[in-house]
Design a protein around this ligand. Sequence first.
Ligand code: UDP
Length: 387
Amino acid sequence: MQRLLILMSDTGGGHRASAQALMAAFTERFGDRFQVQMIDLWSDYTPWPINQIPKSYRRLVTDYLWLWKLAWRTSEQNAITGPGLRLIGRLAQGGMRRAFDEYQPDAVISVHPLMQHAPLRLLRHKLGSTIPFVTVVTDLVSAAPVWYHPQVDRCFVASQEAMRRAKAAGLTDEQIYTCGLPIRPAFAPSAGDKAELRLSLGLERERMTALLVGGGEGMGPVAGIARAVAARLTGDGRPAQLVIICGRNEALRRELAAQTWPLPVRVEGFVQNMPEWMGASDCVVTKAGPGTIAEALICGLPILLTGFIPGQEEGNVPFVIENQVGAYSDKPSEIAAILSRWFGPAQAELAQMSERAKALGRPQATFEIVEEIARLLEERTAPDRAG
Ligand code: UDP
């Protein structure tokens, strides 16, 4: 049995979800041939202040978006990121060494933008290790330069633009592998009958259903959008209902759960069964998170984008619009009006977007990634076995 170690961190919900997707796909394809473990390298293995990165990220993207924007623009300058990453590497070295000692991996898989430079430096230059190191980029289009390190054995990307960026960072065609994002295998084009799924989730069977989410952190003006949508969809054409998933934003969950609504509304915290909620819905209303977009496409859900995190999510907006699988507005009243159209006179358009979404979704991408990693490992260990 070979040991694979996935490096992730809870900056947003996407990195953990991607790690879980890879773990599930390894098991589904290879049974117990691999022992796959994931760690939050920053939170659990590094000292202050590195271990504060996930918490600081949450604060930045919820309360200080301008500062995040500045940090992102700065991260595009090699002259600044180089020394910054080296400093992180030095501070985190002891903890990273402890993680590698503990897990003794045969290969390392990074699903986080800040987990190439420091771990590779330690493995290759300090420990003299040549075990395969691969990056699975979990941003869809506008991935930050720090994702790309010329010393990785493979770099998996999900779009032509992400591939272009990898090349600009010095990676070769042999290193880059283009497929979709790693999405949990439970997201499937026909995950079940919509009406039946609604019933099993305690929703009303026949109502058109909008799923409102704000990523893993429940970010953005979710409450304002929910109120505008609920007011607009009440008594408006076909009966509708609203599911609001607040993720880890407990204050938002409490606020919305305490409210009375003019139509059926279901409020949830962080759910483990997102595939079911998507399967039960007719469209998703969300910030431009790459994970949520890729999952919605696989489920054939039209996507109403309500905002984006500057930098890494910017490119996802034109991606959705140009592929004609959704719309964008950051104004609650406009968002409500678009939904009202989709659930009313524009239902044919909604159905067409759903078909296009299914065609664009990449449910096999996760399997392609794990198969390529397995192949890489086999290639590396074959000479050892022969010898
Ligand atoms: N997610 C989840 N449960 C929740 C909220 C979100 O499993 O209650 C998952 C969602 O399915 C997706 C990820 O969290 O896989 C969010 O990733 P995305 O890239 O959309 O946004 P992020 O949270 O990383 O900013």
